[in-house]
Design a protein around this ligand. Sequence first.
Ligand code: TYD
Length: 225
Amino acid sequence: MPGGERGKAHDERGEACAFPIRQSVGQTLAVKPRGRFLVLEGIDGSGKSEQARRLAAWLEASGHRVVSTREPTDGPYGRRYRAWARGEFEATPDAVLELFLEDRREHLKRVVMPALERVEIVVCDRYKDSTLAYQAAQGLDPARLRALFDAPEFPTPDLVLWLRVPVATALARLGPHATERFERAEFLERVDAEYARLGLEAIDASGSVEAVERAIRARVARAIR
Ligand code: TYD
C-alpha cells in the first residue's frame, strides 16, 4: 500500500464495506465504497480557484487522497475554448457549448471517474453548473441545457459549493486580468442570475479568504462524513 495515508483515507468511507448492511430478510448487501465528487462554482473572480487549492490541501492534510482538477481542462477542447475566449476566432454559442461538452466527456473519462473508482476525493473547479449558468447567459435555452445533463454520462456531484460574490467585487478582484469575453459586468450579472436559478445553496464569498474557507470546510465535513 503506497503510504499509510491511503489506508487512513479509505477506512473512513470503507466502513460501509467492512460492516455490510444486513437486510431484514437476512440477505447481505455489499455497499461499494466510493469516492466523493466535490465541485466549486461561481462567476469569474469569485475566488473559487484559490478556495479549491485550499480545500484540496486541507483534505490531503486530513489524510484523504485527493485529485484536484478543473474545467475547462488543458486538453484540446479546453484549449480551443480558451483561444475563443481570448478573441482568436468567432463561434456560435452552440459551438462553444460543444467545446465544453467534449472537454467534460474527456475529463470525466480520463480524470474524474478513475479517481472516484479509486475511492479518492475529486475537487473540481467548475463542472456542469458552469454550463447551465454561462451558456444560458449566452442565450441558450436553460431547459435544453438541463436535459443534456440528465444523461448518466454526466454524474451528479456529491456537493456543489457555489461561491457567490457581487459582480463588482469579482471584477475588482480580476483587475486588469479581466480580458476574456465572459469577464464583463453585464454578462457576469446574467451568469449570477442563472446560478441563482439552479437551486444551489450559496456560500457568501465576499468575506475574507479565511472566512470563506471556514464556511467551505464546514459544508465539506458534512458531505464526506
Ligand atoms: P475559469 O475558471 O475562469 O478558468 P481560467 O482561469 O482558465 O480562465 O473558466 C474559464 C471560463 O469558462 C469562465 O469564464 C467560465 C467559462 N465556462 C463556461 O462558460 N462553461 C463551462 O461549462 C465551463 C466549465 C466554463
